[in-house]
Design a protein around this ligand. Structure first.
Ligand code: LMR
Length: 334
């Protein structure tokens, strides 16, 4: 009888020990866009790969659409350790004090994804991610979204058509200057508030890649959209550094592999998701989509180019030049 009690107790202790050994490491991954976007799909892909590769040792909980936190709050939550991973857009790191990310916001600095990848997949991009470490953040990868279009309730053919318009932007000083360069009035606002602000006329228009415009139904409250491709919007996938560094080495390696796989996936689907969204916007019949001619596009470029020089003091002239060198951008050749 006594022996049975002892055996039972030992079994109970063993059960508790193995249960706690098997309790998964939970990663809360928060973001602000719809699930059906390049970032939304890539974060779900990361969840799948991370759980597969770690054989369930890690459980990833993805919270889309600002369900957990809005733009500014999510960065605070990451630093406090309330969430472990995020993928904020590159335009949202300025308020954190890492202004170099705003180099990606310079109008027309990248002509296409291949130019962009020379930075995001090369040493310049890696050196920018490194700047997050003193903030308690580790930069894991860049995920693509796409090139932005302007939208409003009136046609946009020339930069002058944006004059005096209140245009919602992300929290980036470069974007503020971009809007001012065409005579617009920049309004910084969290992504989750944009639809309502457009609907109620708090702002007149905005800029975003088509995947964001379409999945947030912004096109339903904007009569005109012009495919200006005037700037890039993409993401840095980041983690709380203390959490990341504290992971068992094998698990961290598996998560790094999962991140590699999901980055390849994100960058593969980004353009097709944006193309599909543009088709969706056209088909909705709610927004008139205009594709500017080469000359019309050049007028936007010329109006916005002074932003590069104006922002040298904030972002760093050397950084801007190093991007020009990688991509072959030559402001004198416009
Ligand atoms: C925005 O605020 O417009 C974007 O940064 C949203 C996003 O994460 O794509």
């Amino acid at each position: 009888m006594k022996l049975r009690t002892v055996l039972f107790s030992l079994a109970a202790i063993g059960f508790c020990a193995s249960a706690s050994a098997q309790a998964p490491i939970v990663i809360k991954f928060s973001h602000v866009v719809a699930a059906d976007t390049p970032k939304g799909k890539a974060s779900e892909y990361f969840k799948k790969r991370a759980e597969e590769l770690t054989k369930g040792k890690v459980k990833v909980e993805v919270y889309a659409n600002s369900a957990l936190y809005k733009d500014k709050e999510e960065l605070e939550a990451l630093q406090l350790g309330a969430v472990q991973m995020l993928a904020p857009s590159l335009a949202k790191f300025g308020p954190l004090g890492v202004k170099e990310f705003e180099v990606f916001d310079l109008p027309y600095i990248f002509d296409d994804y291949s130019e962009l990848h020379r930075i995001t997949q090369g040493p310049v991009g890696a050196s920018i991610l490194k700047k997050l470490e003193p903030k308690g953040i580790v930069g894991l990868a860049y995920w693509d979204n796409g090139f932005k279009s302007f939208s409003a309730n009136t046609p946009i053919r020339t930069p002058a058509d944006l004059k005096g318009k209140k245009l919602r932007i992300q929290s980036s000083k470069v974007l503020e200057e971009e809007i001012r360069s065409v005579g617009g009035l920049p309004q910084v606002m969290a992504f989750s508030e944009v639809y309502q602000a457009l609907q109620t006329g708090v702002v007149d228009g905005t800029e975003n890649p088509h995947s964001n415009t379409f999945t947030q139904k912004m096109h339903e409250v904007q009569k005109h959209l012009t495919v200006t491709d005037h700037g890039y919007l993409g993401y840095a996938v980041i983690a709380n550094k203390k959490f990341w560094d504290g992971l068992p080495a094998d698990v961290r390696g598996q998560l790094e592999q999962a991140m590699k796989d999901s980055t390849a996936y994100a960058n593969k689907i980004a353009q097709e998701e944006n193309d599909k969204s543009l088709e969706g916007i056209k088909k909705s019949g709610k927004t008139q989509v205009y594709v500017p001619t080469k000359e019309e596009k050049l007028a936007f470029k010329k109006a916005m180019l002074p932003v590069h020089q104006k922002m040298e003091g904030r972002i760093g002239k050397d950084l801007i030049q190093s991007i020009y060198k990688e991509t072959g951008f030559d402001p004198a050749k416009l």
